[in-house]
Design a protein around this ligand. Structure first.
Ligand code: GAL
Length: 633
């Protein structure tokens, strides 16, 4: 597979006279892909029904003639102002019941059927016009579903849609009352039309009610996306993608991804370190100009799974961004490092956001590859360097990782609904396990909960997977790998009830969680031999062999055959010990990496990345700050 680079361009932002020179410079820098169009609706259709294709026709010609391939974005993340006049109730409604206004972007409710039809219409018109254009290389639907907290909307249309969805799921109101346990607090309903959305309740709503509303809201994203896909496929054979975000978990990306050929994501390492990694201030300071050493890799591995092997970075930070609490510039070399890291995880393409910094609008302080005066910004030289390096790099051959880590969006919603301890999240728990695996040089495949064939893996991890589908439980019990469950794995049935035969509902383990506690941040429980349990600990009954216990002798990690249960949220030392035990049991080969150094293998190459600000030693020689080492295997 050939690896390529690109950038995000907004021809509508610049006088047409600039396009040709821009295109020439892009091609000269070694860029292949250009994503355009995703916010251009007011230019394409300034008033309802008045389609203005001329400028986009010309943009295709100019860009294509320079040798660039277009990724065309449907413009539905930014409906124009007239759309709100046409559909005043299309705005999403927040949990307090306030509509979210026009004046930025993503101002629509996924449940609004009128807006869904408008989105279908503009997509159809675009597909009819450009679907067979020789310069079209791929499609992008919308832009970053879910960004800015836009999946869950408490609108009137969401309420009526949710009622219909519930009626289909449960068929009878008695079945719903039983499944949700509505006898509790006299919450029983007499018909589906009595059911409201789970906001503005006096105290917490029923978790089963919330979980179903989260499922419904996620399904609305799937349906919205599918409507665009259906239209595009009627007029185009080009692959269809969507650009997902970092740590946006409000919809099931696997379900959206099943309708698309390529998954892409938008990687902002420095912005994310500041606003969503969840790191300590010391860690943020140490990596302020490099980004977290694992956060990008985690998403690369996640989106590789969502794209079923085909994935890109559609937007990569080329310099300081504008939207995080603090926005430092990357250390020289990091733009190149991030790019190579994506390729090491199997990306087909990496595109930089954006070509030229905009002197107007909300993102004036967001770097581009060019400055607003069109001079080169520092990121451009690094992009050019990667383009040159790619020219003689061999093609990537993917390699199955030795470890599979299950990631489940529904589990994330369930933890958010019932964290049991302030700030505890499923994403953080899974990410802590991922980091621990990477600290010892292990490559990881993130896999969906729908996986049934685990052949080839030595270890499978399913931390926090709060509901385990019975078929998955069978597949895991048959796997030849060591399987690690817990904490909170198989702790609820699909209706958010505690199984009457107490958790974990994993028959092979024959263990019982008799009590659970969440811990204050200042009350960690020490493990015998080093490390601690943080946040969350379970009292485990059963006669399995104990691998790790607390200093007072309570079992924490237990094993029976190849099935392992971990009844607590282990800190880094505890997780390092767990992984060392797994390596010993399965023969996995690990390396003690220097803090901030990461490595990954493909079938043909080995990569080393230095996220620190000092030169570090590797078995293959010294690696400077922001350095990338590539070796053929
Ligand atoms: C992304 C988005 C882009 C741009 C960028 C700024 O989330 O897709 O349109 O806003 O962030 O960093």
């Amino acid at each position: 597979m050939k690896r390529t680079l690109g950038t995000c361009y907004y021809p509508e932002h610049w006088p047409e006279e600039m396009w040709e020179e821009d295109a020439r410079r892009m091609a000269e820098a070694g860029l292949t892909w250009l994503r355009i169009g995703e916010f251009s609706w007011s230019k394409l259709e300034p008033t309802p029904g008045d389609l203005q294709w001329g400028w986009l026709d010309r943009a295709f010609k100019v860009l294509g003639a320079a040798g660039l391939k277009v990724v065309l974005g449907t413009p539905t993340a930014t409906p124009p102002r007239w759309m709100i006049d046409k559909h005043p109730d299309m705005l999403a409604v927040d949990a307090k019941g306030h509509p979210r206004k026009f004046g930025s972007r993503r101002h629509y409710c996924f449940s609004h059927t009128g807006y869904r039809e408008e989105s279908r219409r503009i997509t159809r018109l675009m597909a009819q016009r450009y679907g067979r254009d020789p310069y079209l290389g791929a499609w992008q639907t919308d832009n970053e579903y879910g960004c800015h907290d836009t999946v869950v909307s408490y609108s009137d249309m969401a309420r009526s849609g949710f009622r219909d969805w519930l009626a289909q799921r449960y068929q009878s109101i008695d079945a719903l009352n039983r499944a949700w346990g509505n006898i509790f607090w006299s919450m029983e309903y007499r018909n589906f039309h009595d059911i409201d959305l789970p906001n503005l309740t006096v105290t917490e709503p029923n978790p089963a009610h919330v979980q179903d509303f989260r499922r419904y809201s996620s399904d609305m994203v799937v349906i919205f996306n599918r409507a665009q896909v259906d239209e595009i496929k009627m007029h185009s054979d080009a692959p269809i993608s969507h650009n997902y975000m970092g740590r946006v978990t409000e919809f099931d990306h696997f379900k959206v991804g099943n309708d698309l050929e390529i998954a892409t994501w938008d990687s902002y390492p420095l912005g994310f370190l500041e606003d969503r990694v969840g790191a300590t201030p010391d860690h943020q300071c140490a990596y302020a100009r490099q980004g977290d050493p694992d956060f990008q890799a985690f998403h690369h591995d996640l989106y590789r799974a969502i794209g079923r092997g085909r994935w890109w970075v559609m937007e990569q930070q080329p310099g300081p961004v504008n939207w995080a609490p603090y926005n430092p510039a990357p250390l020289p070399g990091m733009v190149r490092l991030w790019t190579w890291e994506a390729f090491a995880h199997g990306a087909e393409a990496v595109c930089y956001f954006r070509w030229r910094q905009a002197p107007f609008g909300q993102e004036q302080l967001h770097a581009g590859l060019l400055r607003p005066d069109s001079q080169d910004a520092p990121g451009l030289a690094e992009a050019r360097q990667v383009a040159e390096e790619l020219a003689d790099a061999q093609t990537v051959q993917p390699l199955q990782a030795p470890v599979a880590l299950i990631f489940d969006y529904e589990a994330d919603w369930a933890w958010a609904t019932q964290p049991h301890g302030s700030g505890l999240s499923y994403f953080s728990l899974v990410f802590d396990h991922y980091r621990a695996l990477r600290r010892v040089g292990l490559s990881v495949d993130i896999v969906p909960p729908g996986t049934r064939d685990f052949s080839g893996y030595a270890v499978i991890l399913a931390p926090g997977l709060i509901h385990v589908d019975p078929d998955l439980a069978i597949a895991l019990s048959k796997a030849t790998a060591d399987v690690v469950y817990g904490p909170r794995t198989a702790a609820r049935d699909e209706y958010f009830n505690i199984p009457t035969q107490l958790p974990p509902a994993i028959p092979d383990l024959n263990l019982t969680i008799s009590r659970i506690e969440s811990l204050r941040p200042d009350m960690p429980v020490a493990l015998n031999g080093g490390g601690h349990v943080l946040h969350y600990i379970e009292e485990v009954e059963g006669d399995a062999e104990i691998l790790l216990s607390t200093v007072s002798g309570a079992p924490v990690v237990l094993v029976r055959g190849s099935q392992i249960y971990c009844g607590g949220w282990l800190d880094d030392v505890g997780l390092d010990r767990l992984i060392a035990l797994l390596a010993e049991r399965t023969g996995l080969s690990t390396i003690a990496l220097t803090e901030g150094v990461r490595c990954r293998k493909t079938a043909t190459e080995e990569f080393w990345f230095n996220y620190t600000i000092a030169t570090v030693d590797t078995p293959h020689g010294p690696l400077p700050p922001a350095g990338v080492l590539r070796r053929a295997l």
